[in-house]
Structure formats: structure tokens, C-alpha cells
Write a protein that binds this ligand. Structure first.
Ligand SMILES: Nc1ncnc2c1ncn2[C@@H]1O[C@H](COP(=O)(O)OP(=O)(O)OP(=O)(O)O)[C@@H](O)[C@H]1O
Length: 416
């Protein structure tokens, strides 16, 4: 349906954006173009609707050289969805959706009915959203209108350039799933640009992995992931695999550090001795039942102990960068010199078995240098960035071993 024959694009400044590209997209097929920034994906895409002209080579649409086609008529056959949707701000959602069919001079009533149907199809109730203006929609809703608008003239071909790139990951996944459902019924011929391998794998019937202006591998998603054709593709897939393992690798007890543990009612002197003996900058504070209560910075503990029975108040140590509020306050003279009165609340904690990704997110959210890991109410240990990194490396290593094992076939010789 779409065929590139030795297409090269060289910009006037000498940049070769696309070099001798040849590939074919079958009718009804969704091909994702994936690769790092600047590798030529958008240039490839824009040559199909003649927003950019190739320097050499040919592009055929349904067997016809597009160079011979009238660009305006060509574009009517090609829906185009981009990241910055480009909706008209002063037109309602319904009017935006109906733009192209109206330009084509189709009857007004039929156009409005079709636009309403399309909005419904992309998950926007036309009765609710049809009369709104683009700035009254969320980012994800605007993207949906963009897709509805691209479909309005019922073009056989869709070009989608990072259409879901500007929305958050949750909305993005929803839009991807909805688009897949839509595509299952519409079966458009789609070129879909993304720099996210996960999106490319999820959506593509086939994936074109770009190097610099060339396609390094053009294959089914499983083949790209399982049998990268070149070292470059292996690297591209591998880096992403590492990130993906963050979400599927659980925090385990063995990953944790064991800082000194003190109890709420321990005298401060005892806590200081333990901190000093272990050379630690902070201790974890548990209550009598072994539940996590907070943490005790060594400098605050030392200052409190030095102040004897008249503590000057809770310390503000930031050994672990927790920055959380002190829970206790200096108590009555004599009764205030226990751990309880110098303990900081511990906000950054997670149940054991949570993913490394959740752990990382929790660290970032609380700007924490470490997070506590609990088994139910029971404190297990703390995860530090270094331990998180080790756990991730172990997980990637195990993954690689598992792959290597499945590739080995063991032949057995029957006994007799
Ligand atoms: N008009 C232009 N003039 C000169 N060079 C250009 C022009 N447009 C793009 N380029 C260059 O061509 C190369 C490919 O650009 P292109 O936009 O196709 O990449 P891309 O893979 O879509 O990147 P991104 O993911 O960042 O959008 C880049 O090096 C870019 O700087």
C-alpha cells in the first residue's frame, strides 16, 4: 500500500535525514517507526503526504508514484495526527472534527452526524464534549479529538507522529488501547512514529527500528525484541529492557541494608552508643511491637544526649535527606531524653514485594536518600539507591541468563 523505493532526503544544509530507504507497509497494517531523536522518523512520515519532498527515490501509494499526485488531493487520502494536535481554538470540538469533510463540501447535516459518531468512537460523548472548545478539554481528550478529526474523511492511510507523546503514561496507555481497538475494526494503513519502544511494540504489526537515517531492522515486535538484527538494535532494545525491568522486579528482603535499630523508649545514650559502634549517621526507630515509627539522626541524638536531661529540642539532622517533621517534642526535663523525643517521622516506606519502579518513585517523591521496607507492620530494612541499582543489575542478569537457557537445546540419547 505504501512503498518506499531507495528514498533519500538531504536538506539544503547538507543533513542527510533519510538515506536510501526501502520498505513496504501492507494494506491495513500498522507499522511503527521507532528510534532516537533526529534519526529521520518525521522526515520519513512527512514525505508520504508531501510536506517534504524526497531528494531521490520514489514513494508509491497503492502503486502510484505520489510525486505525480496533486498534493491537496493526496492529503485527503491521508489522515494526519500530530502531538500538538493543532485543533482550532475558536471552533467547537464537533466543528473541529468536521473540518475536512466540510472542506470537501459534504452536506452539513451528514458531516455533523459523522463527526458525532467519530467522537463517540474515540470515547468522547458528543452530547457532553461536542460543544466544548479545545481549551475546555484535558490533554488526552484533545488527542482523541485529533484522532477523530484525522478519521473524519475516512482516509485509507493514517500518519501518526507521536500522537500520544504529550500525555501522562496512564492516559497514554488508555489511548493506545483504545486506538488498538479502533484499528482492529477500521484496519487503516498506519505509519506511527514514536521514540518509545514499548509503544512501538504494543501497537505495531511490524516495527521499523531506525539508526541514523536508515532502518536497522524491519520486523515483527517479537523478532525485534528476541532477535535483534544488529548490535545497534540490541543496544536500543537492551537499554529499554533495563528500564522495563524496574517495573517487574520486586524489592526483596535480601536487597536491603540493615541500619542500627533503636526503640522509642531507649535512652538517648544507648542510641548514641549503638550509632557510634556501627559508624552510622542515623538509626531506624521502632515501637515496642516492632513497627516502624521513624528515624533518628546521629547528630540530633548526640546533641540531645549532650544536653543531658534538658534537651534543646528535636534535631534537624538531614543525614538521609528525609526532611520530614520531627514527631516528638522535648518533654519534661528528665523524661525527655529518650529516642522518642528526637525521632523524625518516616514518610518514605514501601511494602516488601513492591516494584523497584515504585521504590524509585517513592524516593523521588519524598526526596529521600533511602526508604524503609516493611512486611505488614514489621520493619525489614532499608533500600538505598545503591541497593536499588544492584537489585536492578541482578534482575537484568537473571533475565539474560533465562534467555540464554531457552536458546540451548539439550539432546538426550535414549538408554538402549
Ligand atoms: N528543515 C530541516 N533542515 C535541516 N535539517 C533538518 C530539517 N528538518 C530535520 N532536519 C534534520 O534531519 C534529521 C532528521 O530529523 P527528523 O525530524 O526526521 O528526526 P526524528 O527522528 O523525527 O526526530 P524526533 O524524534 O526528534 O522528532 C535531524 O538531524 C534533523 O536535525
Amino acid at each position: 500500500m505504501i512503498r518506499f523505493e531507495q528514498v533519500t532526503k538531504r536538506y539544503p544544509d547538507g543533513t542527510t535525514a533519510v538515506n536510501d530507504l526501502s520498505f513496504e507497509v501492507a494494506e491495513g497494517e500498522l507499522v511503527t517507526l521507532v528510534g532516537p531523536s533526529g534519526c529521520g522518523k518525521t522526515t520519513t512520515m512527512k514525505m508520504v503526504n508531501r510536506l517534504i519532498e524526497p531528494t531521490s527515490g520514489r514513494i508509491l501509494l497503492d502503486g502510484e508514484d505520489i510525486a505525480a499526485a496533486d498534493p491537496v488531493r493526496l492529503r485527503r487520502r491521508i489522515g494526519y495526527v500530530i502531538q500538538q494536535v493543532g485543533l482550532f481554538p475558536h471552533r467547537t470540538v464537533l466543528d473541529n472534527t468536521a473540518t475536512v469533510p466540510r472542506l470537501l463540501g459534504r452536506p452539513r447535516k451528514a458531516v455533523r452526524e459523522r463527526a458525532a459518531e467519530l467522537l463517540d468512537l474515540v470515547g468522547l460523548d458528543p452530547a457532553v464534549y461536542g460543544d466544548r472548545y479545545p481549551d475546555q478539554l484535558s490533554g488526552g481528550q484533545r488527542q482523541r479529538v485529533g484522532v477523530a478529526r484525522a478519521l473524519a474523511a475516512d482516509p485509507p492511510v493514517l500518519l501518526m507522529d507521536e500522537p500520544f507523546g504529550a500525555v501522562d503514561p496512564v492516559v497514554r496507555e488508555r489511548l493506545q488501547n483504545e486506538f488498538l481497538k479502533l484499528q482492529a475494526t477500521l484496519r487503516k494503513t498506519v505509519l506511527f512514529v514514536t521514540h518509545d519502544l514499548e509503544e512501538a511494540v504494543r501497537l505495531g504489526d511490524r516495527i521499523a527500528v531506525y539508526g541514523q537515517g536508515t532502518i536497522e531492522q524491519f520486523d515483527a515486535p517479537a523478532a525485534v525484541l528476541g532477535a535483534p538484527a544488529t548490535e545497534y538494535v540490541a543496544g536500543f532494545v537492551g537499554a529499554d529492557r533495563g528500564l522495563k525491568r524496574l517495573s517487574v522486579t520486586p524489592v526483596e528482603a535480601g536487597d536491603l541494608e540493615r541500619p542500627p535499630v533503636v526503640r522509642l523508649d531507649d535512652p538517648l545514650g544507648t542510641a548514641v552508643r549503638r550509632l557510634t559502634a556501627e559508624g552510622a549517621r542515623w538509626a531506624v526507630v521502632l515501637d515496642d511491637a516492632g513497627r516502624l515509627h521513624g528515624w533518628l539522626p546521629a547528630d540530633a541524638a548526640r546533641a540531645g544526649a549532650a544536653a543531658g536531661a534538658n534537651p534543646s529540642g528535636p534535631g534537624t539532622g538531614s543525614a538521609a535527606g528525609q526532611g520530614s517533621a520531627a514527631r516528638g517534642s522535648a518533654g519534661a526535663a528528665g523524661a525527655g531524653n529518650t529516642v522518642r523525643h528526637h525521632t523524625h517521622r518516616m514518610e518514605a516506606w514501601l511494602p516488601v514485594g513492591s516494584s523497584l519502579k515504585q521504590a524509585f518513585a517513592t524516593m523521588l517523591q519524598h526526596d529521600a536518600g533511602w526508604i524503609a521496607v516493611l512486611d505488614g507492620d514489621h520493619f525489614l530494612g532499608v533500600l538505598t539507591p545503591a541497593r536499588l541499582h544492584e537489585a536492578l543489575r541482578r534482575s537484568i542478569g537473571a533475565d539474560a541468563n533465562a534467555l540464554a537457557r531457552t536458546e540451548v537445546t539439550v539432546e538426550t540419547v535414549p538408554d538402549r
